[in-house]
Every structure is written in C-alpha cells, then in structure tokens.
Design a protein around this ligand. Structure first.
Ligand code: ADP
Length: 602
C-alpha cells in the first residue's frame, strides 16, 4: 500500500503538534515519545464506536504497563466503544494478555503476527518504530484519510477472521498442548523450505513415500535425501522409504543412499541399518510425496507436473500438518503400503524364480527341438534309400514271387517311415514344440486332395476294399478359408480317412464313407467355425477303448496299429484352437469323427 506521508514536527521531541486538526483529511508522522503518546490518547478518546487493533506480541505489555494507555482503553470501553485486539499470545506475554482480556471486549491470537496498527471508525494510527520495553514508540503514523481507514479495516478483518480466541491459545500454552496446525502452502519454494526444515529437525523417524521416480530424483536434487542420510547417520534417525521400482538412474541414487546392505562390514555403518528402502508399483493416480516425521508432522506435496525436473516447477499445493489425527492417518497408510511391499517383494521374487525356470525351460525346449530335428533326420535317412531302391529293383525284375517279396519290403519300409513320423510328432506335442506354419487356404480343397490321396493309395488296401467302399464328399458350395498349417490339417484328414477305410469291412456289400463340411456359429464363443465330419459304416469304435480313444498308444486293430494317430490328430486340431471328437453312429453301424476349426475372419 502506498502512503503519502506529510512530515510534521521533527525528530526533536519538543516539537509538539497535537492535538490534531481532524477537520481535513490528512496523513502525518509524529516524532517523539510524548507526541506519539498524545496521538494515541487522542485517538482513543475520539473513538465513538470501535477500536480494532492489530498488535505484535510485545504490545500487550504496553497496554497494561503504560498507565495512561490502559486508562484510555478503559475509558473508551466505558463510553461504549467496542475494543477488538488481535495479537500473538506467547509464553512471555501470556499474563499481559490475560490482563488485556479483562480490559477490552475481545482478544484473538494469530501465530507470528507482526502488524502494529489501530483503527477507529474514522482514524488510523500505526506506531512506527520499535519501542523499548515498557515505553511507547518514538514515531507514529496518523491518518484520517477515508481510503486508508478502509484499507486497514480490510487488513484487520482478514487477520481477525483467521485468528482464534486468545483464551484457547492461553489454555494450550498453560497445559503444554502443542497447537494443531494445518497449513496449505501454495508456494513451492516455501514448501521446499519447510520440507528441508522438518527433515532436519527429525529426531526419531522419517517416513517417505515417493509416488514417482522423478519425484525421488527431484528431491535428491534439492538436498532432501542428503539431509535424510545425515539424520540417519548422525542422529540415528530411522528412515523408511517407499518408492516405485527403479530405472537405472534412480538405482544409482538409491545405491548411494543406502550404500548397499550387502557391503562387507555392515555393523560399521549405521546408515545401512537406519535406512530401509522398499519398492512399490508406480500408481498413476498417486501424485503426492508424503513425508512423515516422528509420527508428529506430515508434509504432503502434490505433484502438479511430474515431467518437470525441478522441485520448484513440479510441486503444486502442499499441506503441512501436525494434527494427530491427520498425521497418524498418513502413518497408517505408510505402514499398510510397507506391509504390501513384502507381498510385492515375494511376488517379484517368485516372478524372478519363474523367469529363471522359464529360461531353463526355454533352453531345455531348444535342446529338445534340436534333438527331435536330429532324430528325425537320423531315422528318416536310412528308410528313404530302402524305399527308392525297392522301387528301382521292382521295375527291373520280372519274377512275380520276387516282386511280391519286394512289395512286402516296401510296405514295411513305409510303415517304418510312418512310425518314425508319428513318434517324432508325439515328441513335438509333448514338448510343446509342435510349431505351426500357418497360412490361409481353402479347406474344401484340402479335403478333396485328401480323398484323392486315399483313393490313389488304395493300393495298400485290399482290392476288395477298393471296389466295395464308396467315398462321398459333400462340400459346401463355396470356399471355406481357414488360417492353419495346411500340411498338419491334411495329416489329420488323411489319418481320419485312413482309419475310416481301415475299420470299414469290405464284406457285406461294401461300406460308405461320407465326408461333410459345415460352417456354423459356435454357441460357446459365438465365433464362426467349420466342422468336418467323417462318417463310416464300419465296425464302430470298440466300447472298451472309447474312454481312452484319444490317448497315446490306444489301439484295437487286427492289422496292428500304434495307437498314435488319433492322439496326434487331436493335438494338431487343438493347437489350432479347434476340437476333435467321435461317436458311434446311432444306427449301430460305424463311427463318426468330427473336428472343428475356427474360420478365418478375412
Ligand atoms: P491306430 O489306427 O494306429 O490303432 P489310431 O489312434 O488312429 O491308432 O486309432 C486308435 C484306435 O481307435 C484304433 O485302433 C481303433 O480301434 C479306433 N478307431 C479309430 N478310428 C476308427 C473308426 N473309424 N472306426 C472304428 N474304430 C476306430
């Protein structure tokens, strides 16, 4: 506020200017104790309705000890003037304040107030120099300028409304109660100052929650971590810190802070036993650093912008409190999180172990796949020349008996080849290394090819079968695109078709095998799928093997079998996200095998 001050009198105390001419608006400075006193006394005597005073903690003494002053207040009150004072009640002035309460109408307390001014309805005075104990000020500003009175009234009202009844504060002091303070700090520089002060004052315990790693780094920059470290080292303060998982930068700072617990001589270093750091997951909503000191003080610093690198720019509002209830709530939040980190730690350790195990499995899996590839090569290699050679020889020889013998060799070599492939497939399935080579193709086409292959290979079936078994295929009149491993799906189809032929008797006028392809919506997941149905009129699935039909080595075949085909087929279909199942036909003739595949959404 800009005051225009006319200087009256001089610094020579003898120049007495009062009584004042109040007829015109003026602002003046008076010098000398006597003049000052005079101004005050005239001011009090002229007040008609009210005197509002804002005084520092040294003034209650004056109001009581300077007799004229005290009398003038009593006189004013007797005239019906309402006296309201706001000051800071302290241990030192408590008795004067109690006296003052008796004289004036209402006394209120505000922490650390420095103002010194009095206003009546028409006048304003402000003692301007520090007074000696028990003596009035030697300089005083006087004004009856309306605007100034208004300004000062506003200033007074602001203090008055924030102040608490002096009696409260007196009781607190007398009973040794530490007053509850909850302060909202808007200025981050002030928050920083308070932050460092309370860490510095910590006597027993510091609890800190950093919501982000950036918060941690920013607070390291302003020296908060160094002070914390000092507290732990020099004053034996116990420090516990909760913070998000580390990136390499924070890790470095943390390592400096706790100097790694694992160091060789831990007993020599107080710090290690005094600072404990645990990690919490970074929670996106949690945006405040929480500091709790000695379970008595809390400072909650809200982050305005976590991207900022300085504390000054990043921090928004902060709340400082020494209120028991508030601080203890924060303590309990801290303790809860602290316990949670134990669980979190366990989860992390378990995860680490799992990762280790996974890595081992991965290595193991890789070794297994390599073994399978080598075994496949080693097993296939000797069969291939047998097959080619028998073919070459059989084309040259004329002798029918010899030719028959060669056919046996060739059939057995083919069976051996099939067995080799099946055993390798089982190994792949069981080691989860059945890799799919997916592509989009028309399932209609693959089924048709499968049927043609069965017919072409019918040479391995008896002549009768060839003649007596009829194969029908009811395809849907459109392309059915699936995304799958074409070779593997062909393998499933040919396995099911071959079984159908194998278990269908060529006697009794032959049998039929019908293949149907249907597309529909899966009731369970509402997705479109295609179902391939292979129905035969053969002997049907023997009831004793039904429960184990799709398990390895389940076989019931007069012509011998390995019992691997269905196990492999079902596994292939399932890794594609489909199902494979079977039932005996309701009319008691033959069996039907089904498998489904998801339809490509293209
Ligand atoms: P394999 O044919 O080598 O025995 P599979 O796993 O292909 O092995 O078949 C297992 C068993 O299931 C067969 O031995 C047979 O008893 C039965 N089976 C498979 N397909 C049919 C079918 N279409 N009709 C009757 N039984 C069948």
């Amino acid at each position: 506020m800009l005051l225009y001050i006319e200087k009256f009198g001089s610094e020579d105390e003898s120049a007495l200017i009062t009584p004042l001419d109040t007829s015109t608006e003026r602002t003046e400075v008076f010098y000398g104790e006597e003049n000052t006193m005079d101004v005050v006394l005239h001011f009090t005597s002229r007040a008609k309705y009210k005197i509002d005073a804002c005084i520092d903690n040294t003034r209650p003494l004056l109001a009581i000890e300077i007799k004229e002053l005290r009398k003038s207040f009593i006189d004013a009150k007797t005239r019906g003037v309402r006296l309201r004072y706001v000051t800071e009640v302290t241990k030192d002035n408590i008795n004067y304040c109690k006296e003052l309460i008796k004289i004036i109408d209402e006394l209120r307390h505000i922490d650390g107030i420095r103002g010194n001014f009095y206003i009546s309805e028409t006048e304003y005075i402000a003692p301007a120099t520090l007074h000696d104990k028990g003596r009035p000020a030697s300089q005083i500003i006087y004004s009856n300028v309306k605007e100034i009175i208004e300004h000062q009234k506003y200033v007074f009202d602001s203090f008055w409304n924030r102040a608490i009844p002096a009696e409260h504060r007196i009781r607190e002091i007398e009973e040794g109660i530490i007053p509850n303070i909850i302060e909202i700090i808007q200025d981050s520089a002030r928050a920083q100052e308070i932050y460092l002060n309370i860490v510095n004052d910590a006597a027993e315990e510091i609890l800190l929650i950093f919501p982000t790693t950036n918060a941690f780094l920013r607070q390291d920059k302003i020296g908060a971590l160094q002070l914390t470290e000092q507290a732990a080292k020099e004053r034996n303060v116990k420090v516990r810190i909760l913070m998000p998982l580390l990136d390499s930068l924070t890790e470095h700072t943390v390592r400096n802070l706790r100097q790694e617990k694992q160091q060789q001589q831990p007993q020599k270093d107080n710090l290690k036993s005094n600072i404990e750091i645990r990690y919490i997951e970074q929670i996106s909503e949690a945006k405040a650093t929480i500091l709790i000191v000695d379970k008595k003080i809390s400072l909650v610093m809200e982050i305005r912008d976590d991207a900022k690198t300085t504390f000054y720019e990043a921090i928004g509002l902060s709340t400082y409190s020494n209120s028991q209830a508030g601080v203890l709530s924060y303590v309990s939040i801290f303790e809860n999180l602290w316990i949670q980190t134990e669980l979190y730690q366990q989860v992390r350790e378990t995860n680490k172990r799992l990762e280790g195990a996974n890595e081992q499995l991965r290595v193991h899996g890789k070794m297994q796949r390599e073994f399978i590839d080598i075994a496949a090569h080693e097993l296939r290699t000797p069969i291939q020349p047998i097959l080619s050679l028998t073919e070459v020889i059989s084309s040259r020889i004329k002798d029918t008996d010899e030719a028959e013998l060669l056919k046996v060799v060739s059939r057995n070599a083919k069976r051996l080849q099939q067995l080799t492939e099946d055993v390798l497939d089982v190994t792949r399935i069981e080691s989860n290394s059945l890799l799919l080579n997916k592509e989009q193709f028309d399932l209609n086409e693959v089924i048709t090819n499968g049927i043609n292959d069965v017919i072409a290979n019918a040479g391995t079936f008896s002549v009768k079968k060839k003649e007596n078994i009829k194969l029908f295929y009811e395809a849907i009149n459109k392309t059915v695109i699936v995304e799958a491993d074409k070779a593997r799906i062909s393998q499933v189809i040919s396995n099911l078709l071959n079984n159908a032929v194998k278990f269908t008797s060529e006697e009794e006028g032959g049998g039929t095998i019908s293949v149907t392809l249907e597309e529909h919506k899966n009731d369970y997941n509402n997705k479109r799928e295609v179902i391939v149905k292979i129905k035969d009129t053969g002997i049907g699935i023997a009831s004793e093997i039904m429960p184990r039909l799709f398990t390895k080595f389940t076989t019931k075949s007069e012509k011998g079998g390995t019992g691997l085909g269905l196990f492999i087929s079902k596994s292939i279909v399932e890794v594609h996200g489909g199902r494979l199942w079977a039932e005996n036909n309701a009319d008691g003739k033959g069996a039907t095998f089904y498998f489904s595949l998801p339809v490509s959404s293209r």
